[in-house]
Design a protein around this ligand. Structure first.
Ligand SMILES: [Fe+2]
Ligand SMILES: [Fe+2]
Length: 275
């Protein structure tokens, strides 16, 4: 099974990159399953239902989120009817939406996707480790599903690495999101779980984390807000990771970064070159 994960989509330029490139990538790489983090897709803050539909139509099987999930108030309502939109699983009990789901690929394989959020330098949510553990117990690799992808939306690389080791050998992949800058630590952990601290964003890197750089810079210099944050509008780099899954075990055989378009150095997963 071939899985592609794309990091936080930021604003219009990030959306455009996904919409323009994902259909071609699905075909070229013969992808079985695609997860896209859409928490910054609507003007940098949250996601709307039409934007969710655009991402799904472009070829995302599931859209994950993070701390910005409810920045657009309408999401509190439509998340209940949109099965393919996840929010962090460790939000307080009673929060609209869900943090995990079991989805089918076109060939009939099952993929469990779990979206969890870290607590270091972030909101004081429920324990993400226990929340992920409950999902793995309920739906294990090869007992309940053919693959397990965990989007761990967290600030601290320590917490992300710890999550990777916590589920090593029990999940297909732990992919970090939220910090928007791709890290160079993609690897297969000892037990067979693919890991990266951050997939990077789908957004314009001539920016501060995808936002037009002037306002963030002004706030660092003066501590005085002079306007709103707005997404940078230059060409986005599509950032993510590709994972080749061992269909016998459900564990990962390979993980490689994908960076296409925009300002970052370009890279494509070599193991997908010949489907
Ligand atoms: Fe984000
Ligand atoms: Fe975030």
């Amino acid at each position: 099974m071939r899985i592609l994960f794309l990091g936080d989509v930021v604003g219009r330029s990030g959306r455009q990159a996904v919409i323009e490139q994902l259909p071609g990538l699905r075909e070229r790489y013969a992808l079985d399953f695609v997860v896209v983090n859409g928490e910054n897709a609507a003007g940098g803050f949250g996601i709307t239902e039409p934007i969710l539909t655009e991402l799904l139509d472009a070829g995302a099987d599931v859209v994950t989120t993070g701390n910005h999930v409810f920045d657009q108030r309408e999401t509190l309502v439509f998340i209940e009817r949109q099965d393919r939109l996840l929010r962090p699983i460790n939000f307080p009990a009673g929060t609209p939406g869900k943090g995990a789901g079991l989805f089918k690929t076109k060939t009939g394989a099952d993929v469990l996707v779990v979206n969890a959020q870290g607590r270091v330098f972030m909101a004081d949510l429920d324990d993400p480790f226990r929340a992920v553990e409950r999902e793995l117990e309920a739906c294990g690799l090869k007992t309940g599903t053919d693959a397990i992808v965990i989007d761990f939306h967290a600030e601290a690389t320590s917490e992300k690495e710890a999550m990777g080791h916590f589920v090593d050998g029990r999940a297909t992949a732990v992919i970090g999101t939220h910090t928007h800058v791709p890290t160079a630590d993609e690897q297969i952990l000892r037990g067979g779980t693919a890991y990266i601290s951050d997939a990077g964003m789908c957004g314009d890197f001539d920016s501060v984390l995808g936002m037009d750089k002037q306002e963030p810079l002004t706030r660092f210099l003066t501590k005085i807000p002079t306007g709103r944050f707005a997404p940078a509008s230059g060409e986005a780099t599509l950032c993510g990771v590709a994972i080749e899954v061992d269909d016998q075990t459900g564990l990962a055989q390979a993980i490689a970064p994908l960076r296409l378009g925009g300002r970052l150095s370009q890279t494509e997963p070599a193991f997908f070159a010949e489907p």
